[in-house]
Design a protein around this ligand. Sequence first.
Ligand SMILES: NC(=O)C1=CN([C@@H]2O[C@H](COP(=O)(O)OP(=O)(O)OC[C@H]3O[C@@H](n4cnc5c(N)ncnc54)[C@H](O)[C@@H]3O)[C@@H](O)[C@H]2O)C=CC1
Ligand SMILES: O=C1[C@@H](O)[C@H](O)[C@@H](O)[C@H](O)[C@H]1O
Length: 353
Amino acid sequence: MTTAPAAAATAPAGTAPGEGDLRVAVLGVGMMGADHVRRLATRVVGARPVVVADAYAATAHRVAAAHDGVRVAQDPLAAIADPEVDAVVVATPGSTHEELVLACLERGLPVLCEKPLTTEPDSSLRLVHAERATGRRLVQVGFMRRFDEEYAALRALVAGGELGAPLMLHCAHRNAAVPAHFDSEMVVLDSLVHEVDATRFLLGEEVTAITVLHPTSRRDAPAGLSDPTFALLETAGGRLVDVELSVSTGVGYEVRTELVAEGGTAMIGLDRGPLVATSTGRRGRAIPPTFVERFAQAYDTEVQVWADAARAGTTDGPTTWDGYAAAAVCAAGVASLRGGGVRVEVELDEEAR
Ligand SMILES: NC(=O)C1=CN([C@@H]2O[C@H](COP(=O)(O)OP(=O)(O)OC[C@H]3O[C@@H](n4cnc5c(N)ncnc54)[C@H](O)[C@@H]3O)[C@@H](O)[C@H]2O)C=CC1
Ligand SMILES: O=C1[C@@H](O)[C@H](O)[C@@H](O)[C@H](O)[C@H]1O
């Protein structure tokens, strides 16, 4: 199991390009990729974006034009082969990750691959082996919650023993909306995958079985989507984790985790920011609209940790094994869903650990 990453130095706003900066290619500059380009250009110290690539050339040109010194590569493989690129951020959809990460490994480039590492365990396992064959750690998987201050604090509480032995986690994961192509299996592969990694991170043990169920769907759920989804994870130590995933609430972005332990409970993810009271009768804290706002600090720290390690010739953070283990749980989750909510045991190739 990966240990907690060292806290990174907080980057000052607006970092000027410098000699010795890590020159980064960002592949896929949709929502996350464009956000990572902005972060590399303005907040991460010692790294800067130099090349972007996207299946839609117009998207790549629009993102490149917003930042000085960023070129557009013809395609992602050309960006990876570019001699002026030292490291790569992969932010294309999960189905494309295996080919792109393999190309980075072949060139010996450090890579920050957005979650999920891949969308099936077999392809993730191939990346575990391919990275190992290089003799180095080169891949950090984008499970950014590990870098969120609240998740780190909850993990420290568990590790410090103040709450006694953990018994259960209650998790809520709510999106106001998801893209039109999202179906019920993507909720498992793209959204639940974060809760799987958070479980492994917080409890320090593997998930061994999963059950995924659908209660009555909200009537206004998008076509192809039964919403909400309920998942029950069982861990190697006999702990239970329940997860409610709602991805079309229309409200905002809410991610909560409550730990139940022998000696007490602890909850993270309550609404943040100032408590506002207005003459119009509103009183309360704001709910962030999306993950971009809720996890802004986590993404910044994640990319800074990655860049610092890459410049030092190492890699930190979630590993290909973490990506593989999460993919194996999610594949079992999809099997559970297809089987109408049956309990499915998770198969892990322990020899590859
Ligand atoms: N860590 C987190 O909280 C989040 C992670 N993600 C992950 O980031 C990745 C991207 O997600 P989004 O930005 O939301 O998707 P998006 O659809 O907004 O952006 C993806 C971009 O990749 C481009 N693309 C697709 N296939 C390509 C290919 N073969 N070569 C080059 N470009 C290609 C698309 O044209 C698009 O511009 C996914 O792996 C997703 O799971 C997404 C949202 C949040
Ligand atoms: O990774 C993410 C998205 O892809 C996913 O669609 C959302 O449900 C998650 O909350 C977000 O963090």
